[in-house]
Design a protein. Structure first.
Ligand SMILES: C[S@@+](CC[C@H](N)C(=O)[O-])C[C@H]1O[C@@H](n2cnc3c(N)ncnc32)[C@H](O)[C@@H]1O
Length: 309
């Protein structure tokens, strides 16, 4: 308990140092990342190919930062974040859900089991993830209820008024652009339907500088998506959404997630790392004071909005 509020390192300099170090270690790879044409599916295909557990059906394949309010392991925190989004979306058995950017469909399996939703359709641009996700869904006995396909959030292959809910768990920052996705989401939702997102963004007042630009490129985030939560809400309104909610959850995401990712790659398996929620969390105030950011982000918000009836 006595460690609460203590800052283990200066986040801003730590982040800058990581960028510089990665450039010195592998300039060719880093220049490859900075190409304008670098695609998000290349990023996730590379990650998948490096994962030794990719074909192990017993190991979850979550790909988000997690919600670390009570959970102390990565898989537990990722599932908790999916549950949070399910709550905001008010998932129910009558829902036809479109889940965009589903990764390996872990959240779809969870929502089907825990929320018993009517049916889920998923689209994702990364082919290898779609392939593996389909196998995992079939193994879970859910192939009838969860239909996954390759497709883009900004050009959806669906007719208007097709879904009750559209969900995007930690992926809309990648879309080119996020606003084009809002336009597609409002089109495919039925009147009264709901869009729910768990999304990363720059916090209010963050300086838009060189480091943010470099990191955005490396993380395949179109620079047009780098705006704060107030502008985000305005853009949802502009696209016709009503009853918009914005729930900030950074304090339960970044500080613990950073400690988790710092330990990944060290001796212990990433699935066995346990975070000490007291000792390993300096608190969001310390994090903000020291201009903490992580993989280009420093704010995490759950958003929702409804299509007018
Ligand atoms: C950070 S991962 C999140 C995966 C999953 N939602 C989870 O929480 O485990 C981002 C996902 O978005 C997908 N993605 C990125 N751009 C996309 C687009 N334009 N359309 C559909 N999916 C996209 C990626 O392939 C990847 O699966």
């Amino acid at each position: 308990m006595e460690n609460i509020g203590k800052i283990p390192f200066n986040y801003e300099w730590r982040n800058r140092w990581i960028i510089i170090k990665e450039f010195i270690q592998n300039p060719v790879k880093e220049i490859w990342f900075l190409r304008d044409k670098f695609k998000v599916s290349e990023l996730y295909t590379g990650l998948a190919k490096r994962d030794r557990d990719l074909n192990n059906p017993n190991i979850p394949q979550w790909l988000n930062f997690g919600y670390w309010q009570e959970e102390t392991t990565y898989n537990g925190a990722c599932a908790a974040l999916a549950r949070k989004l399910g709550e905001i979306a008010e998932l129910s058995p009558k829902d036809q859900v479109l889940d965009v950017g589903f990764g390996f469909a872990e959240q779809d399996i969870l929502w089907m089991r825990e929320n018993n939703v009517g049916a889920i359709t998923g689209i994702n641009t990364t082919e290898i993830q779609v392939e593996i996700a389909k196998e995992r869904v079939a193994r879970a006995g859910l192939a009838e209820q969860i239909n996954l396909q390759v497709g883009s959030a900004t050009e959806m292959p669906f007719a208007e008024n097709s879904f009750d809910k559209v969900t995007a768990l930690e992926c809309a920052f990648h879309f080119n652009t996020r606003e084009d996705f809002f336009a597609e989401a409002v089109r495919v939702l039925r009147p009264g339907g709901k869009l729910a997102l768990a999304d990363c963004l720059p916090r209010v007042g963050r300086e838009i500088n060189f480091w943010l630009r470099v990191n955005s490129n490396k993380m395949c985030i179109p620079f047009a998506n780098q705006y704060d939560q107030h502008i985000y809400v305005e853009k949802l309104k502009k696209h016709g959404f009503l009853n918009i909610q914005a729930i900030p959850i950074s304090e339960y995401v970044f500080p613990a997630a950073v400690h988790y990712f710092t330990q990944v790659g060290q001796q212990i398996s990433k699935h066995d790392i346990a975070i000490d929620l007291q000792k390993d969390n300096p608190g969001i105030e310390a994090w903000s004071r020291d201009r903490g950011w992580f993989m280009a982000f420093d704010d995490y918000v759950l958003f929702s909005g409804e299509k007018p009836n």
